[in-house]
Design a binder for this molecule. Structure first.
Ligand SMILES: CC(C)(COP(=O)(O)OP(=O)(O)OC[C@H]1O[C@@H](n2cnc3c(N)ncnc32)[C@H](O)[C@@H]1OP(=O)(O)O)[C@@H](O)C(=O)NCCC(=O)NCCS
Length: 180
């Protein structure tokens, strides 16, 4: 089921049939360099997809499959989730992205994330959305800035000594938000 459409992307619910392409994408080390510094095993990708299916069935925010309209192909994920891994920002909803390297550098993450923010503010009526990344992940930080998100704080991943940076944006700071 399609949740968000942008000029080039369809953000939709996951299906078991996505496993093959997702396994191929997630196996690439650069895709999971942050935070794991290696690609996913087949089992890790299957577990990821299973968790996503369970969450979407339960109505818990989890990033959507990002499909390239023209190619009719899954290129990664973009969407909203609940950042339980960082209790200090909770309660919160996060916008995030992870794409196949063959599709980086075309503005797709920014475009998909803008659609996710439209959905979060306009359809779900959220007051604020955060985004969290490791500061060495320059591309991810650029996506946040291009979206007009604002630096909130630097912190550490609990128990892992991993630097994290939090950005945020409120509904009244998002230009196309149309609250329900
Ligand atoms: C982060 C990611 C989704 C960006 O996707 P993208 O579609 O290439 O992003 P965009 O094309 O919208 O570009 C965003 C910015 O990142 C920059 N960028 C892209 N790849 C980059 C790289 N390897 N190094 C530095 N900057 C990079 C772009 O130039 C652009 O910045 P600009 O506005 O200064 O030109 C992609 O790099 C990715 O999937 N990375 C691995 C997964 C990941 O780390 N996800 C985030 C976890 S917090």
């Amino acid at each position: 089921m399609t949740v968000v459409e942008t000029a080039r992307l369809v953000l939709r619910l996951w299906e078991w049939g996505d496993l093959e392409v997702l396994t191929e994408i997630f196996a690439k080390p650069e895709v999971w360099q942050f935070p794991f510094r290696r690609g996913f095993t087949d089992k890790e990708t299957a577990d990821f997809l299973e968790r996503a299916l369970v969450k979407q069935e339960a109505g818990i925010p989890t990033p959507w499959a990002a499909e390239l309209r023209d190619a009719d192909r899954v290129v990664g994920y973009v969407g909203l989730s609940v950042p339980e891994f960082l209790p200090e920002v909770m309660p919160a909803v996060e916008v995030g992205w992870r794409l196949d390297p063959g599709f980086w550098g075309r503005g797709l993450a920014t475009e998909g994330a803008a659609g996710a923010l439209d959905h979060g503010f306009g359809v779900l009526g959220l007051e604020q959305i955060v985004s969290i990344y490791q500061p060495e992940n320059v591309a991810s930080g650029r996506v946040m800035e291009r979206l007009g998100m604002i630096f909130d704080r630097d912190t550490v991943f609990p128990g892992r000594h991993l630097a994290l940076r939090v950005y945020r944006i409120r509904r009244d700071e998002w230009p196309v938000a149309d609250a329900p």
